[in-house]
Design a protein around this ligand. Structure first.
Ligand SMILES: C[S@@+](CC[C@H](N)C(=O)[O-])C[C@H]1O[C@@H](n2cnc3c(N)ncnc32)[C@H](O)[C@@H]1O
Length: 293
């Protein structure tokens, strides 16, 4: 009869190799659920005044699923640097591109703090020789800059592009941003794709940026785009769904794989269209998953 010890050794040797990440099977399966609720701790640092930042704890979960330690993450719409902070915290390298000087400056400061271990969750083990760079540039030129700086191919991209020009639109949420002292536009730079008025032109510029990311991504690398449909001028613009269509177009066609829905059940319900017409309280966002195949 086979001894218990040799049985265990045989099981270990037949255990499948994990080609994508360093998670246990249990954690892998948990992450594949199609929706999640994420309630990050409120940010301690009042200086991070970006109107549409995503929590680094959320980015961290995606990075842990789609990469292994020391692999390279890219974010073409970096904002205040959450992706770089999450990458440092998980022991990954990362390069982020941001067009607005003020956000690039905040990102650089946060990266320096994270590398010095002044932000929560940084351990000395995470701090070893990582590439953590903020590039103040227009992401439509990303691949050329990447080549000039001789970065290796990226293993994963996670990002949140502007939600078309929604930040500039007059809305109840915009008035609340003003009250909190947050920006109602990212910049007045014409190359900031959040300043493009025409919806189709916006989609095409956004697609251009993801073509650039495709060029620097290793084969089989994944991309996660956090975005949403938008409601404006009395109708829905299916931005999330159009993002899937646009990014699947040749010649740099990302293969759509799935969506994970981020349910935001801690947002305040606003009195939209009450007693008059349907206007939904949109309390979810899409995390769209693509692969370079
Ligand atoms: C939704 S925000 C990203 C927020 C970010 N995830 C964070 O946590 O702070 C989109 C960002 O894209 C930047 N952006 C817009 N057009 C760009 C371009 N052509 N190249 C690089 N960055 C751009 C904007 O300045 C803005 O900060």
């Amino acid at each position: 009869m086979e001894s218990n010890r040799s049985h265990q050794a045989r099981r270990r040797s037949t255990r499948q190799q994990n080609n994508l990440n360093e998670l246990s099977g249990k954690d892998w399966i948990k992450f594949t659920k199609s929706w999640f609720i994420h309630r990050p701790e409120p940010r301690g640092d009042r200086k991070i005044r970006h109107p549409a930042s995503f929590p680094e704890s959320l980015v961290r979960d995606f990075i842990l699923f789609f990469t292994r330690s020391r692999q390279l993450v890219v974010d073409p719409f970096l904002g205040t640097g959450s992706t770089l902070v999450a990458a440092i915290e998980t022991g990954r390298s990362a390069v982020g591109f941001e067009i607005a000087q003020k956000y690039a400056t905040i990102s650089k400061k946060r990266v320096a703090d994270a590398l010095n271990g002044r932000e929560n969750g940084i351990t000395p083990a995470n701090r070893h020789a990582l590439l953590s760079e903020v590039v103040r540039a227009d992401s439509t030129k990303l691949s050329e800059i990447w080549r000039k700086r001789e970065y290796p191919p990226a293993d994963y991209c996670i990002t949140s592009p502007p939600y078309w020009n929604q930040l500039k639109r007059h809305s109840i949420r915009q008035r609340s941003r003003v009250a909190k002292g947050l920006d109602t536009e990212y910049s007045d730079d014409p190359d900031d794709i959040g300043n493009i008025e025409d919806y189709r032109a916006f989609l095409s510029s956004m697609k251009h940026v993801f073509d650039e990311v495709y060029k620097v991504m290793k084969p089989k690398g994944y991309l996660t785009v956090i975005t949403n449909n938008v409601f404006t001028e009395g109708r829905m613009y299916p931005l999330a769904f159009d993002t899937v269509s646009a990014l699947s177009q040749e010649p740099y066609a990302w293969t759509p794989k799935d969506e994970k829905v981020w349910c935001q059940d801690d947002k305040t319900l606003l009195p939209l269209g009450v007693y008059n017409a349907w206007v939904g309280n949109r309390h979810h966002q899409y995390c769209l998953i693509f692969r370079k195949e």
